[in-house]
Design a protein around this ligand. Sequence first.
Ligand code: SF4
Length: 541
Amino acid sequence: MPPAIKRKKGEGQWALGYREPLNKNEENKKNDDGLNVRRRIIDVYSKTGFDSIDPADLRGRFRWMGLYTQRKPGIDGGKTGALEDEELEDRYFMMRVRIDGGQLSGPQLRTIADISTRYARGSADITDRQNVQLHWVRIEDVPAIWEALEAVGLHTTEACGDVPRTIIGCPLAGIAADEVIDATADLREIHDRYIGSPEFSNLPRKYKTALSGCTAHCTVHEINDIAFVGVVNEAGETGYALFVGGGLSTNPMFAQSLGVFVKPEQTSEVWHAVTSIFRDYGYRRLRSRARLKFLMKDWGAEKFREVLEKEYLGYALPDGPEPAAPRPRRDHVGIHPQKDGNFYVGFAPRVGRVSGEMLGVIGDLADRYGSGRVRTTIEQKMVILDVPEENTEALADELAKHDLQVRPSTFRRQTMACTGIEYCKLAIVDTKQRAMDLIDELEKRLPDFDQPLTINVNGCPNACARIQVADIGLKGQLVVDENGDQVEGFQIHLGGQLGASFGKKVRGLKTTSAGLTDYVERVVRKFDAQRTEGETFAEWV
Ligand code: SF4
């Protein structure tokens, strides 16, 4: 029996008997499993065309297969929210290719490059959850794209929707000389057993998993729904600490440690149990309260652990240590040793924007200088593995010819941007181009600035680019300029720090898009002039 927990009534929790759908989303999920749309796309919609697509599939279940309609070009941010979906959306799709753990072989990278060129007008963005997003995809081409992806072991299943999303992992898993544990096999097991399984194809909301044994803590465990973090216990055994209930968006919350030690062989079982708790006890009545963080907030870590052990696992997990503190920069940019004597070379495209052609070039370089293996990171960056030491500088020079920097400025290294108004139906402002211009200009104006500083750019109040945990978080919205006109701009959040504090929203602190560079330059100059030795931006602000 579960412990006596005072549960709120009427939150739509299945475990408490609320099986009847309490909103439209829940009704759609009950009417038909999102995974079933795959067959309809292959057998029907790809043959009968865009206009034949059932709206409940188009704007609902298509997500279960990693497909969203993209925004019609030229519709300004002021119309977002005012127009109906059918007025805002184009007849093309964004397709998210899952890259669990960010691990890509040479043939996989080349396949994505080829798909981008043939079916997606050359588009390709590295996302901040290690995926690649393609744009301009036609419904007619989706089956051929899936066939090509699946032939090399890739897919788009559950890349979006109320399901377990891409499992993020350290891109250097099994490779970095200083890792605590190689999480590759455990990540793979969860993926192979549960992604695409009807057991978890109807969760209350999206569900984000991170799994890593990296000393940099590059998978940002603090803001995932469930995260396994490599630790060594008192007996000297390696395993994982378990964090549950992190998430940003509105009401951001950091994940809480359950204080347990999970042995590697228990990982998928524990993941299954926590995910089952979310499915059964998660709040389904209001979508705004449906993420696991709200249940975690109400239960607390102690009760969550008790339910996990008694009601789901049937055994107690031992207490375990907390992970060591992260490094100041949680990334893998630069040239660093692998455990096998080779080196990895991490480089920085600007805000994740590449192209099919560029992916092809990266694949060629990975073949020529390494073993062909490439990784994506959650900072929208990439890494080429297995480079002999004597080849690292030649590779860095080749990458630089394509504007892929191995020793980038702080601004190029630590600026991220979400999709924004170019393709996203929820966007209010442009993000990618704005952020790329910002990087270029800051590099010119502040060429010597070398302190860690994250700048995250969102196109709307959502949290796709993690603005709440950035040093400078920029939330896209319309603002009033000096002439009294409504123009694109940003609400500014300052001093966010993963696991410690969310960025402060200073009332009235906004900038127009046109004034953004000047604003950021002023703040950075002030920080640089006033900071004491070792003081971070979040401590200074
Ligand atoms: Fe779209 Fe907003 Fe997410 Fe950016 S933050 S990708 S604009 S929903």
